[in-house]
Design a protein around this ligand. Structure first.
Ligand code: SAH
Length: 329
């Protein structure tokens, strides 16, 4: 196989900044990424941002099908030339944020797909949230992101890096910060260090949530102003629908002092708090008697995934919509 660096030269590819193009040119790092993805012959892999195909070429011989998504037509042409002869590779010229992922991931056999990619850094968080939205169709993901984002996703409560992306993704996935990749491994060199992360979606969320939408809104509200207390942040969020007089009590029930800041709370605590507030909002008896509350039946009946995916917004769902407004993403 010709080295990655040579492919770029051979095709005279000029990196385009608007697509966050920074091509991996180190074949050892590429092998390490593919190794981390733990690919099997029966796997169907979705590669995001295939570029000139350094990962694509390595993965194609190892898997059943490879769906390679790339937005830039000049690179699609390169991919077609370099990997197009393999009939298990499907090259899709598309924007990963606009693609109908539900249909794509549900097709090509029933198994959950593996996701791999050295993804465009400008839209990494959006991509992660789209994967979260479609997590039931995904087994795992191995992705190259900015080191800063990798640190944020794996941050512990009480640290500055701990925030909305940490909480929402940790609720549904185990996240590993696998290894770092320095700028000289890329062309052009990025200004930041990169990291390869892994995401394995849990069978069940860390806490069984009675209303996922509420949880997302709560997390967003709780971190809205990081220096404010949780009580003040939640008070400023009428969309949570919790009565002011209930708030202190609910916080106490979760063993929380209202003067604490959201960044001190674990993912589990935020999940439990959302459940308490949801129950209170419905005017139902809390925790122990869960399930008897008014309105619970109908809401429970709704497909949980629909809460995430939403409709009429290109299938991006509430998480992505919310994310676009996040100050600290
Ligand atoms: N995987 C390659 C390229 C990484 S650079 C490598 O490791 O060398 C990121 C790639 O994502 C680029 O090829 C870029 O064109 C592509 N890309 C950028 N935005 C995209 C989008 N919205 N949808 C799909 N691909 C995108």
């Amino acid at each position: 196989m010709i080295p990655a660096g040579k492919i770029l030269k051979k095709h005279a590819v000029r990196p385009r900044r608007r697509f966050s193009q920074s091509f991996l040119k180190d074949d050892n790092v590429a092998r390490k990424i593919v190794g981390a993805a733990d690919l099997r012959g029966q796997d169907v892999v979705l590669e995001i941002g295939s570029g000139h195909g350094i990962l694509t070429r390595l993965m194609a011989p190892r898997v059943k099908n490879l769906l390679a998504v790339e937005i830039d037509p000049q690179l699609v042409a390169v991919l077609e030339e370099e990997t197009g002869s393999r009939d298990n590779v499907l090259i899709l010229e598309a924007d990963i944020l606009k693609l109908d992922l539900a249909t794509l991931l549900a097709g090509h056999g029933g198994e959950r797909k593996k996701i791999v990619g050295n993804i465009p850094y400008g839209i990494s968080t959006e991509i992660l949230f789209r994967l979260l939205t479609h997590r039931r169709l995904i087994a795992s993901a191995v992705l190259m992101v900015q080191k800063e984002l990798a640190e944020r996703l794996t941050a512990a409560p009480g640290t500055k890096a701990y925030g909305i992306p940490t909480v929402l993704l940790t609720m549904y996935a185990r996240i590993g910060h696998l290894f770092d990749v320095p700028p000289p491994c890329f062309h052009p060199r990025p200004r930041v260090v990169s990291s390869v992360i892994s995401l394995t979606f849990r069978e069940r969320p860390l806490v069984e949530l009675s209303d996922e939408n509420h949880f997302f809104r709560l997390v967003k509200a709780a971190f809205a102003q990081r220096r404010k207390t949780i009580a003040n942040n939640l008070r400023a969020a009428p969309e949570l629908g919790c009565k002011q007089e209930d708030l202190e009590e609910m916080l106490e029930k979760c063993g929380l002092n209202g003067r604490i800041r959201a960044e001190m709370l674990t993912v589990e605590t935020l999940g439990r708090l959302s459940n308490e507030l949801t129950t209170a909002r419905r005017g139902a008896p809390s925790s122990g008697e869960e399930g008897k509350g008014e309105g619970r039946q109908s809401e429970e009946g709704a497909d949980k995934e629909s809460a995430l995916e939403g409709t009429g917004n290109g299938g991006h769902g509430i998480v992505t919509d919310m994310l676009l407004e996040f100050p600290d993403r």
